[in-house]
Design a protein around this ligand. Structure first.
Ligand code: NAD
Length: 341
């Protein structure tokens, strides 16, 4: 197969490319990526000399370039990871989220419709919104997104489903839980807290830190996507996570324990507006396709943390570059003021 992996220079996309080429040595992969701040060539540093991999730098909103790339590279399948992905950035500047996540996905659907190729779309548990205690989201639940990021992902998810219903296209969707693992941009919680702790800086924890998350290892997300690509049914949606949760404070505790750092580094700061208290997904539908996660959430967070401890070469240039400006905008005042516990 020839795969077009959009967003393949990002966190999950690059892990997926590495996983896929390892498991499917006959396949060719074209990474199609705009190389935003989150898309980094070095995420695939070990693979650029591999003749099975190439990079096209482009925007998924560029219909002519997506079409031309699919035609000239004989693409059989698009796996769409490309997105603006950070909730805090979507609060600071939401329009680009609609541009990439909604319009960009729509462009991919149009190319898929025209050329008759398959699309697998990566969605998120955040489309379900805040989940009440005692419930776990199933794939047929209503979508109730509560941030500009989640709303843009929900719109894309529904467009993909609408294209299946209207045009009968061969599309599938996975909704991933909070992923952790190598090459995650340090704006996200686990790499942020790991690298802050390694640098001896405070760990800014939003609000009381009691938000519940399913921290799934990116490896298990990759095997979940592979399972759907090999055995999933067209038009279907599959949740991918561990089905287990922990609080953000428990996650912080694992990060600090793994690094041997002191809890005194934790600083509670003003919460994110509209911060969802709980995500939780039922993953039985994917299990029925003979998939099982390798890592439980505690192992996932500990493994991810160890990777940041061992790969300063990767995060150190990011932390001293444009990331600093974002970090100060997001946290400087919050850290100065402190927050409720
Ligand atoms: N990180 C998570 O915990 C998580 C959980 C569930 C689902 N997801 C979804 O998985 C996908 C990948 O997430 P991630 O965490 O790897 O994101 P990321 O931010 O690390 O990477 C996103 C990638 O998309 C590229 N990109 C952005 N805009 C583009 C555009 N217009 N055209 C082409 N490329 C563009 C970026 O350059 C980058 O390489 C996203 O769709 C996200 O919504 C993420």
């Amino acid at each position: 197969m020839n795969l077009l992996v959009t967003g393949g220079c990002g966190f999950i996309g690059s892990n997926f490319v590495r996983y896929w080429l390892g498991q499917h040595p006959q396949d060719q992969v074209v990474v199609y990526d705009k190389l935003t701040y989150a898309g980094r060539r070095e995420n695939l540093h070990d693979l650029w000399n591999d003749p099975r991999l190439e990079l096209v730098v482009g925007d998924i909103g560029d219909l002519a370039l997506v079409r031309q790339t699919c035609q000239t590279k004989n693409i059989d399948l698009i796996v769409n990871f490309a997105a603006e992905t950070h909730v805090d950035q979507s609060i600071l500047g939401p329009l680009v989220f609609t541009e990439t996540n909604v319009r960009g996905t729509h462009v991919l659907l149009e190319v898929v419709r025209e050329l008759g190729i398959r699309l697998h779309h990566i969605s998120t548990d955040e489309v379900y919104g805040h989940i009440r205690d005692g419930h776990q989201s199933v794939e047929t639940d209503e979508l109730a997104p509560r941030s500009p990021y989640a709303a843009s992902k929900a719109a894309a998810d529904q467009l993909v489903q609408a294209y299946f219903i209207t045009y009968g296209l061969p599309v599938t969707i996975t909704r991933g839980a909070n992923n952790v693992g190598p090459y995650q941009y340090p704006e996200k919680a686990v790499p942020l807290f790991s690298t802050n702790a390694l640098l001896g800086e405070p760990l800014p924890v939003y609000g009381d830190g009691q938000q519940m998350r399913d921290y799934a290892h990116v490896y298990d997300h990759c095997t979940g996507i592979e399972t759907v690509l090999l055995r999933g049914e067209a038009g279907q949606v599959y949740n991918v996570g561990t089905g287990r949760e922990m609080t953000n404070l428990e996650m912080v505790d694992i990060v600090l324990t793994t690094l041997g750092k002191d809890y005194a580094l934790v600083k509670h700061v003003a919460d994110r507006p509209g911060h969802d208290r709980r995500y939780s997904m039922n993953v039985e539908k994917l299990r029925r396709l003979a998939w099982e996660p390798r890592y439980d959430p505690k192992e996932a967070v500990a493994e991810a943390t160890k990777w940041y401890a061992q790969n300063e070469w990767w995060w150190s240039p990011i932390r001293s570059g444009e990331f600093r400006e974002y970090y100060d905008r997001q946290y400087a005042q919050r850290l100065a003021e402190g927050g409720a516990q």
